[in-house]
Design a binder for this molecule. Structure first.
Ligand SMILES: Nc1ncnc2c1ncn2[C@@H]1O[C@H](COP(=O)(O)OP(=O)(O)OP(=O)(O)O)[C@@H](O)[C@H]1O
Ligand SMILES: [Mg+2]
Length: 318
C-alpha cells in the first residue's frame, strides 16, 4: 500500500505538469480534472417537493434547449428523477435526448389536445436512468391555433402535469419552450412554479429581457400567482472576451439573487452532441461543457430549499 500511495492519478500528473505553467490550455486541462473530480464526489441534494421549471426566453438560439437537456441529464446522472417536456415543435430537446419524435408519433401535442396522458406519451432517455422525455413533433406547430378557442387554453399542460404528478414521482420537471411568447409558452408558464432564463453572453443579451419579465408578470397576475423567476444562467460565455465578462456582471447587477455563479462556456462539443442524439453530459463527460452544466445543475439542486421557500411565500401572499 505504501508504494501505491506514491502513485499519483493521471489528473494529478496533468495538474503537476501544467498547473503552474503559463500555457492556458495546460491550466485548463488541470482545472477540468479537479473540477470533474469535485463534481463526481458531490452529493446533489434532492428537493423536498417537485420543482417545476420552464426554460424560456423568446429570443432564438440563446441556449434554452441545450440548457434544458444538459441540466436534466446532469441531475438524472446524480440520482434525480427528471421529466423533460419538449414544448417546441422543432423537437430539438427530443432529438438531443435520443427520443423518437417523427410526425404522427405520440407526443405533447396529443397531451395538450387531451387525447393521451403524459404517462402514455413519455419515453425513457436511453442514456440516463431516471430521465423521461415527453417528445414534441412538428405536429405541435398547429396546436397554437387549434387550442386558441378552448376555454381552458392556458391550462392544458398544467392539468396534464398535475394528473401525472398525482401518480408519479419526479424531483424535477423541466420544460423546453420555443422562442416565442405564444400560447405554448403561456401553457408552460402556467404549468410550472419557476422560470429558468438562459442568457447568451453577447452584446444584445439583455434586450428583450424586459418584455419576457413583463409577460411573466402578466401570467403571475392573471393565471399563476406563485410563479417566480428562480434562475438565470449565462450561456456561450467566452472568458477571454471583455464582452462576456461585462454581460455576466450586468446580469449579476440587475438580478443578484437569481443568476447562477456558474457560466456555460462556448464549446464545440456542446454544439456537436445533439447530432449524436446525446447530451454533452454523456457525449463528452470529461469536457468543460459537461463539467459546467454539471456545476450549474449542482447549484440548482443546492438552491432548492431557498427556491421552494420563495414559491411558498408568494403563494401565501395570494
Ligand atoms: N455553450 C455552447 N457552446 C457552443 N454552442 C452552443 C452552446 N450552447 C448552445 N449552442 C449551440 O447554439 C445553438 C442554439 O442553442 P439552443 O438550440 O440550445 O438554443 P435555443 O434557445 O433552444 O434555440 P431556439 O430558440 O431555436 O429554440 C445550437 O446550435 C447549439 O448547439
Ligand atoms: Mg430550443
Amino acid at each position: 500500500m505504501a508504494g501505491q500511495q506514491g502513485i499519483e492519478s493521471a489528473a494529478d500528473t496533468i495538474k503537476r505538469i501544467f498547473a503552474d505553467s503559463a500555457s492556458p490550455l495546460g491550466a485548463e486541462i488541470a482545472d477540468a480534472g479537479s473540477r470533474y473530480r469535485a463534481l463526481h464526489d458531490a452529493t446533489f441534494p434532492k428537493p423536498e417537493r417537485t420543482r417545476r421549471i420552464a426554460v424560456a426566453n423568446q429570443k432564438g438560439g440563446v441556449g434554452k434547449t441545450t440548457t434544458t437537456v444538459n441540466i436534466a441529464a446532469a441531475l438524472a446522472q446524480h440520482g434525480a428523477q427528471v421529466l423533460v417536456i419538449d414544448m417546441d415543435p422543432q423537437g430539438n430537446a427530443s432529438t438531443a435526448l435520443g427520443v423518437p419524435h417523427a410526425s404522427g408519433a405520440p407526443s405533447v401535442y396529443d397531451v395538450l389536445e387531451g387525447r393521451m396522458t403524459i404517462a402514455e406519451v413519455m419515453r425513457p432517455c436511453p442514456d440516463f436512468d431516471g430521465l423521461k422525455v415527453v417528445p414534441a413533433s412538428i405536429d405541435l406547430s398547429g396546436a397554437e391555433l387549434e387550442v386558441a378557442d378552448m376555454p381552458n387554453r392556458t391550462d392544458l399542460l398544467r392539468r396534464a402535469l398535475d394528473a401525472y404528478l398525482d401518480e408519479h414521482d419526479a424531483d424535477y420537471v423541466l420544460i423546453d419552450c420555443p422562442p416565442s411568447l405564444g400560447l405554448l409558452v403561456i401553457n408552460a408558464m402556467c404549468a410550472v412554479t419557476e422560470m429558468l432564463i438562459p442568457i447568451q453572453a453577447e452584446y444584445y443579451a439583455l434586450e428583450g429581457l424586459g418584455q419576457l419579465i413583463h409577460t411573466i408578470g402578466l401570467v403571475q397576475e392573471h393565471y399563476n400567482p406563485s410563479l417566480i423567476v428562480s434562475t438565470m444562467l449565462v450561456t456561450m460565455f467566452d472568458r477571454r472576451t471583455l464582452l462576456s465578462r461585462e454581460v455576466f456582471e450586468e446580469v449579476r447587477n440587475h438580478y443578484p439573487n437569481i443568476v447562477l455563479g456558474t457560466t456555460i462556456p462556448r464549446t464545440v462539443k456542446i454544439s456537436e452532441a445533439p447530432s449524436f442524439n446525446q447530451s454533452v453530459v454523456s457525449y463528452d463527460a470529461h469536457g468543460m461543457g459537461a463539467i459546467s452544466y454539471g456545476e450549474a445543475a449542482l447549484e440548482i439542486a443546492r438552491r432548492s430549499p431557498m427556491v421552494l421557500k420563495a414559491i411558498e411565500s408568494r403563494r401565501g401572499e395570494h
